[in-house]
Design a protein around this ligand. Structure first.
Ligand code: PXL
Length: 277
């Protein structure tokens, strides 16, 4: 049966991130994609200046109430960039009230990258995000977010034992959750993703493209969610999402005018083909 998912994150009108990538990517995976916008911004916050920001926190409980009245349920709820710490309480409530039996709670703690919090986030938000991750079935942090969640400094360089310690600490925060840790590479020109659950670790290493693109975390998480909802395992979903994200960056890297995001559209057929295997 076709799965239905809810994704909660912002609409950045321009900039190829959050809902403007999640909606097309998850839909292309053949999964019905409902949305709850956390905020509306004229652009994302990573490199544009003077962006507008409409906080939709107070709409959330009203929308939830209507869905409850309509008995609307989702097979999965995937959260990304949230507009305020208060939204985390509303998200937890929606996890309870709008999830179908056996639905999956997927949390991308989208708040930081490259050792730094995104503009507009603070320590109080990180503290609150820890509590959301503690309720999740799957979390998808990058290394910066992982370190913030466990109060560790961001390491500029690392080795496998350090990453293992980070995973162990994260799993004590997230209890039974599967951890999908992105952007981990131990060799030059390589990066990869670790899928860690119940003490078991799997690693998918792939090519690192030197150009770091904005919004690739959202592309990755969306493809992961699409594959998972199509019945792929956590590891297969992590791998399919990694290959797709690399293809999107490849399609973008030679165009310096496209600095604000990654061209995810032209590689969608590759993602769909990977799902058919
Ligand atoms: O891709 C994460 C993201 C989502 N939404 C907004 C952002 C960012 C990263 O900077 O600014 C508004």
């Amino acid at each position: 049966m076709q799965k239905r998912i809810l994704t909660i994150q912002d609409i950045s009108c321009v900039g190829q991130c959050s809902l403007t990538v999640a909606l097309p990517i998850i839909s292309a995976c053949g999964v019905e994609t409902c949305i709850l916008p956390s905020a509306v911004l004229s652009t994302h916050t990573g490199g544009f200046s003077g962006f507008t920001f409409r906080d939709l926190t107070e709409d959330m409980p009203l929308i939830e109430k209507h869905w409850q009245a309509e008995k609307i349920k989702f097979d999965g709820i995937y959260t990304g960039y949230l507009g305020s710490a208060k939204q985390i309480d509303y998200v937890k409530s929606i996890f309870q009230s709008c999830m179908a039996d056996d639905g999956v709670k997927i949390v991308d703690p989208a708040m930081a990258d490259n050792g730094k919090l995104y503009v507009g986030f603070d320590h109080a938000f990180v503290e609150k995000m820890k509590t959301l991750c503690a309720t999740a079935d799957v979390i998808l942090p990058n290394l910066t977010e992982a370190c913030l969640l466990i109060d560790e400094p961001y390491p500029e360089t690392y080795d496998e034992p350090l990453i293992d310690r980070i995973l162990t600490k994260l799993s004590s925060l997230c209890k039974d959750a599967t951890i999908v840790l992105t952007g981990i590479g131990y060799k030059a020109e390589k990066t990869g993703v670790i899928v860690y659950a119940k003490g078991e670790k799997e690693y998918y290493e792939h090519r690192k493209i030197s150009k770091g693109c904005h919004g690739t975390g959202d592309i990755y998480a969306s493809a992961f969610v699409g594959a998972l909802m199509r019945g792929k395992s956590y590891y297969e979903s992590a791998k399919i999402a990694a290959d797709y994200t690399v293809a999107c960056i490849e399609a973008t890297q030679d165009d310096p005018s496209h600095w604000y995001g990654a061209r995810f559209e032209t590689s969608l057929p590759k993602l769909i083909t990977a799902l058919e295997k």
